[in-house]
Design a protein around this ligand. Structure first.
Ligand code: HEC
Length: 158
């Protein structure tokens, strides 16, 4: 289904993403096939209250572990992650004050796709997507697919 794990993700981040889909800030960039699918889904949440309600419901889901699907050089990935830790936390659990979501224990194939999307400006390219743009600059430091695999392989150890 191409749908990532959302249980265990922070409420503030889920809400912001759903609101971004609703406002056309996310999922509207050319080439964002899966993001575009989410626009229709988010539109069924008629207002902010509906978004709050669905996020409250997601918070009741058990935070079950997901299988790792990405392999890479963990030692190399750890070096890349030194920068990421500043916003996502050394434990990968996210830091709300930095607007950075949890990465540890989330769907690795999805994070790899998001990193590629940020690099390709498929995500974070909307003029009002300040957080996405910030992350876009960070993803640009991952120079190739191997770097993405490596940093995700390290996140999988957190
Ligand atoms: C300056 C702060 C900052 C740094 C450093 C940073 N990020 Fe992020 N990251 C963010 C923010 C903010 C978001 C949320 C973007 C949004 O709201 O769409 C994000 C989103 C992400 C996402 C998308 C998660 C999801 O569920 O959609 C991934 C994956 C990610 N970051 C990985 C990384 C990796 C790997 C690094 C290091 C190479 C890194 N980040 C460095 C701030 C940062």
């Amino acid at each position: 289904m191409n749908a990532p794990k959302i249980a265990g993700q922070s409420a503030w981040y889920l809400k912001r993403q759903l609101m971004n889909y609703k406002k056309g800030i996310r999922g509207t960039q050319e080439g964002d096939v899966y993001g575009a699918q989410m626009i229709g889904m988010a539109a069924t949440l008629v207002d902010e209250q509906a978004v709050d309600n669905v996020v409250a419901h997601i918070l009741t889901f058990p935070d079950n572990a997901v299988a790792s699907t990405i392999e890479g050089d963990v030692a190399s990935g750890q070096k890349y992650y030194n920068v990421c830790a500043y916003c996502h936390g050394g434990d990968g659990m996210g830091i709300q004050a930095m607007n950075a979501p949890r990465a540890a224990g989330m769907s690795d194939w999805y994070m790899a796709r998001q990193l590629q999307n940020f690099k390709d400006d498929i995500r974070g390219g909307h003029p009002q997507d300040y957080n996405g743009k910030q992350m876009g600059f960070m993803a640009d430091n991952l120079h190739d697919e191997q770097a993405i695999q490596d940093v995700i392989a390290y996140i999988n150890t957190l």
